[in-house]
Design a protein around this ligand. Structure first.
Ligand code: IPM
Ligand code: MG
Length: 372
């Protein structure tokens, strides 16, 4: 039996294109693995009313980890319109399967490195080396939302917090509420991951990006826990910034920052901005990591307009593959892969359309393969 069993989840859109690129590399590296195909994505929402079928969850439970391409994600009403006729009006509601996977398997760390590889014509500045730790299971993406707000819930909130009275003249069905749930445990474990990473890889600072001056309770709790955890790491300095100002500082002086830690939605925002600083989403990879299981993916979406054209940049997917190799403990392979990717970028002869070139997804992957 192969050493690793890696769930193969191309999803849809360009997810399929970039996963083909990843396979080329994994086969060349001769990783001792099998790759069972797993159904996930838009197709299964439309056909079965569930983008994350139970059979996929069962299969994932038999795997070492998963590799994921991309999935189309649409707001509730638009998604409902694309259901097969026999599934319409059954009260089915679309939820992003990747958010579902993160919560179901408690993949609480979303690790998103954004490094400016030398020679990338899209680098905003050289010397950018950001590593974002985004809390991945709670916060505003917990999925605890109401529309309309049930009367009992409303009454209770008003009883416990007089600020709610400001909305007394708004009917409950004209109000939507999403809960930003931050727990001690959730805050502590993501902040610990960030500090441990900073220590292992010699980053002098960890920047906590929140908004405690306004979100006094939830961001306040993140800050409180960050201060506690920072006491365990006397060699690493804790910087505290607000999300709005941090966006400005990242554009102004990105090279000042290293490890960044934040809650779910702020992390979603910071990671797209940081990706753009190092060439855009074509260069940004993610690891969704829990204590026992992990799913690796490029940060980009499914870009349906490019689906099947093998036009998009596979670098993000190949860097996600590199993160997976790191997590598996295959450090030598991970290092070889990163060097090969960096080599192709520095060389500049092969590049995809986003970089100003005209090479295909698979030509770029072949170029990486030749350097392995
Ligand atoms: C990401 C994506 C997802 C998220 C979407 C597709 C649900 O934007 O991984 O950053 O918001 O987490
Ligand atoms: Mg995002």
């Amino acid at each position: 039996m192969p050493k690793y069993r890696i769930a193969w989840m191309p999803g849809d859109g360009i997810g399929v294109d970039v996963m083909d690129a990843a396979r080329l590399i994994l086969d060349e590296l001769n990783l001792d693995a099998e790759y069972p195909h797993s159904d996930i994505g838009w197709e299964f929402w439309c056909k079965e009313g569930n983008p994350l079928p139970t059979r996929t969850i069962d299969l994932l439970k038999t795997c070492t980890c998963g590799l994921f391409g991309a999935i189309t994600s649409k707001p509730k009403d638009e998604a409902a319109l694309e259901l097969a006729p026999e599934l319409q009006n059954k009260g089915l509601s679309y939820r992003s399967p990747i958010v579902g996977l993160r919560q179901l398997f408690d993949l609480y760390t979303n690790l998103r490195p954004c490094k400016a590889y030398k020679g990338n014509p899209l680098n905003y500045k050289d010397d950018i080396d950001l590593v974002i730790f985004r809390e991945n299971t709670e916060g505003l993406y917990s999925g605890v939302e109401f529309h309309p707000l049930p009367d009992e819930v409303r009454e209770l909130i008003t009883e416990h917090n007089p600020r709610m009275s400001r909305f007394d003249d708004v009917p409950s069905d004209e109000m939507a509420v999403s809960l930003r749930v931050i727990t001690n445990k959730g805050a502590r474990r993501i902040i610990r991951q960030a500090f441990a990473y900073a220590q292992n890889f010699n980053y002098p600072t960890v920047t906590l990006v929140e908004k405690p001056n306004v979100l006094r309770e939830t961001s306040g709790l993140m800050r409180h826990i960050a201060r506690e955890v920072s006491n365990e790491y006397p060699d690493i300095e804790l910087w505290e910034t607000n999300i709005d100002a941090q966006m400005m500082w990242l554009l102004k002086n990105p090279e000042d920052y290293g490890v960044i830690v934040t809650s779910n939605m702020f992390g979603d925002i910071v990671s797209d901005l940081s990706a753009q600083l190092v060439g855009g989403l074509g260069f940004a990879a993610s690891g969704n990591i829990g204590d026992e299981f992990a799913v690796f993916e490029p940060t980009h979406g499914s870009a349906p307009k490019y689906a099947g054209q093998y036009k998009v940049n596979p670098t993000a997917m190949l860097l996600a593959t590199k993160l997976m190799l790191d997590w598996l403990g295959e450090s030598e392979m991970a290092e070889r892969l990163e060097k090969a990717i960096a080599g192709v970028i520095a060389d500049g002869k092969i590049s995809t359309y986003d970089m100003g070139g005209s090479n295909t997804t698979l030509e770029m992957a072949e170029a990486v393969k030749e350097r392995l």
